[in-house]
Design a protein around this ligand. Structure first.
Ligand SMILES: NC(=O)c1ccc[n+]([C@@H]2O[C@H](COP(=O)([O-])OP(=O)(O)OC[C@H]3O[C@@H](n4cnc5c(N)ncnc54)[C@H](O)[C@@H]3O)[C@@H](O)[C@H]2O)c1
Length: 441
């Protein structure tokens, strides 16, 4: 086997820059973090796409996006429903980007599809299995193109890994171990204090955060997942773990503030992490941050929140044909990202989310893959290891050429991974294994 040559093929990273036959237009629902991330593509590569309408209930975000793209006042909407109402008189754009909070994905996406938009829908695509299946039925009926925000599929790292497995470089995949280290402060920020602290109002952790990972596992194995099991719970972020004398807020003179790694004063003010949620810049005065900590959930003690998301999950997955995978989501890590090990009949891969090493059993030579950007590009502006803007690139190209095959995170593929997530959550709560229904293909 000419492994050197085949491995060298993996270095071939698709450039971020593409040209489109015309400038595609985008209407954005939710001008928050994700609503700004994907249109960054049009700022980087002018002429490919532009934002022509925006809806956000937060006036400052709405107008920041409106001003940045020169959107006229009559195309700046408050609630997403106003944008849909305006679209009844004629579509506002080629593409609808749904980047609203988790509880506002299903209805807006259904309405957008019915109005004939091609839709870029943030994950999680919906809050229940039925809604996921409804979305798929509506997409098939309307024939529009829908991409789900499973951005990892588009990152050069996971693309190269997928190609290595598809080329058979490790033989048949027998088992995969995937770890999602969430990182201690990110867990506290997003899933204890933040937008996703309540799994009933959003989606359970294994869907909200880890649908990426279940999706990647299914994609790498390349087969349908037939059965899952899961365990996990809240080890730390609960009232009975609160240190003695901890008040309701870190700003209330907590005696543990200087030593607690979850201190909001430490995370937001001293370290200046995650300030985007307050629309504050890193060089803002401390008073502006402390004011937010006094008045929002981000200043509350992590042991006294109304959170229900597990801080550790272990899941087992069985795929058609017998391959297996194990997945762990861990809050208690110093870093985020992904760690993976793939066990195949002829070889083994180990990766840390940026580089991976492939070892064949018939050779002593390790093959190392690390990202070499295409000439003239850095991928520096693209989050999720390059996946965010690479998804936008492929979506724009797919919309422009009407070539659905360019979309890796199509709605059908994404429904399957969401069903895996909901089944894992049922298993975690019931203690039994859960089968994944077949037949959505
Ligand atoms: N693909 C990924 O890797 C990834 C990463 C992070 C978040 N997400 C998902 O993206 C979505 C958005 O997350 P975010 O971090 O950008 O959140 P965000 O809070 O920064 O942005 C959401 C925006 O929606 C606006 N909004 C809320 N209700 C509205 C309404 N009724 N009408 C109009 N606007 C409304 C808010 O004012 C806010 O600006 C979430 O579902 C999240 O789970 C995906």
């Amino acid at each position: 086997m000419t492994l050197d040559r085949e491995f060298a093929e993996l270095a071939d990273v698709k450039p971020l820059r593409i040209s489109t036959s015309r400038e595609l237009t985008v209407a954005v629902m939710g001008a928050g973090s994700r609503g700004n991330e994907y249109p960054g593509y049009g700022k980087l590569f002018p002429g490919t796409m532009k934002v022509v309408a925006v809806a956000d209930i937060d006036a400052s975000r709405r107008h920041a996006m409106g001003d940045s793209w020169g959107i006229p006042g009559e195309r700046r909407f408050g609630d997403w429903r106003e944008m849909i109402a305006a679209g009844r008189k004629g579509r506002l754009a080629d593409i609808m980007l749904v980047a609203l909070p988790d509880g506002l994905h299903y209805e807006p996406a259904m309405e957008a599809m019915r109005q004939g938009y091609d839709v870029l829908l943030e994950k999680p695509m919906a809050q229940t299995e039925k809604e996921c299946l409804d979305l798929l039925a509506c997409q098939r009926e309307t024939g529009v193109m829908v991409a789900v925000g499973h951005v990892l599929r588009y990152s050069p790292y996971f693309r190269a890994l997928k190609k290595a497995l598809d080329l058979g470089l490790v033989g048949d995949v027998v088992n995969i171990q995937l770890q999602e280290p969430v990182m201690y402060a990110h867990m506290a920020h997003s899933f204890v204090r933040g937008n996703w602290h309540d799994g009933k109002a959003t989606t359970p952790m294994i869907v909200a955060k880890s649908c990426h990972d279940l999706d990647i596992l299914k994609w790498l194995v390349g087969r349908r997942c037939v059965r899952v099991g899961a365990e996990g719970g809240i080890a730390l972020f609960r009232a009975d773990k609160a240190p003695a004398g901890a008040p309701a807020r870190c700003t209330d003179g907590c005696p543990h503030e200087r030593t607690c790694p979850y201190s909001a004063i430490d995370i937001y003010d001293r370290k200046r992490w995650f300030l985007y949620v307050f629309d504050l810049k890193r060089d803002c005065p401390s008073e502006a941050i402390v004011e937010k900590l006094r008045t929002t959930d981000y200043g509350r003690c992590v042991y006294r929140m109304d959170n229900d998301q597990p801080d550790h999950i272990v899941a087992t997955l069985l795929f058609e044909g017998g391959a297996t995978a194990s997945f762990t989501m861990d809050a208690f890590t110093p870093w985020g990202g992904r760690r993976i090990r793939v066990m195949g009949t002829l070889g083994y891969v180990e990766g840390d989310g940026k580089t991976f090493t492939l070892r064949r059993f018939d050779s002593d030579k390790p093959y190392e893959w690390s990202f070499v950007p295409p000439e003239g590009e850095t991928y520096r502006d693209s989050g999720h290891a390059g996946g965010d803007l690479a998804l936008m690139r492929d979506f724009l190209q797919a919309v422009d050429t009407r070539d659905f095959s360019l979309l890796s995170s199509s709605l059908d593929a994404s429904v399957e991974s969401h069903l895996m997530g909901f089944a894992c959550e049922r298993s975690r709560l019931s203690g039994g294994k859960e089968s994944i229904p077949a037949g959505i293909q």
